[in-house]
Design a protein around this ligand. Structure first.
Ligand SMILES: [Zn+2]
Length: 112
């Protein structure tokens, strides 16, 4: 049987016990380390990252020039989700659309 050590995210103490459940069923824990100020916490917060395949599809569409609205319609995703990936892309200097529009000071490459 696998045993998972539960540590308090604040004080790193193992002096932690189960403490009921969230309305969504997630297990709550409480830290019993007296000086700790955190007390109640969840082991796994319910953040579900988008599957890599979807993210890659968004990136592919962005690189092929699709805008947020087109990408959202094609992949049937909310525009907010597409926007998140576009914003991530812009951090890595891979902006969607024409990169020269975002860097007007750079000399334009000659076509052909
Ligand atoms: Zn603690």
């Amino acid at each position: 049987m696998a045993v998972v050590e539960v540590r308090c995210p604040d004080c790193d103490s193992l002096n932690v016990v189960k403490y009921g459940r969230q309305p969504n069923g997630a297990q709550r824990f409480i830290c019993q380390n007296p000086p700790c100020t955190r007390r109640v916490f969840l082991l796994n917060y319910q953040i579900k990252p988008r599957p890599t395949v979807t993210r890659q599809q968004i990136i592919d569409l962005a690189l092929s020039g699709a805008d947020v609205q087109e990408t959202a319609q094609l992949l049937r995703l909310p525009q907010e989700s597409v926007m998140e990936v576009f914003q991530l892309l812009s951090r890595f200097s891979l902006p969607p659309g024409n990169p020269q529009e975002r860097h007007p000071k750079q000399p334009r490459a000659l076509a052909g």
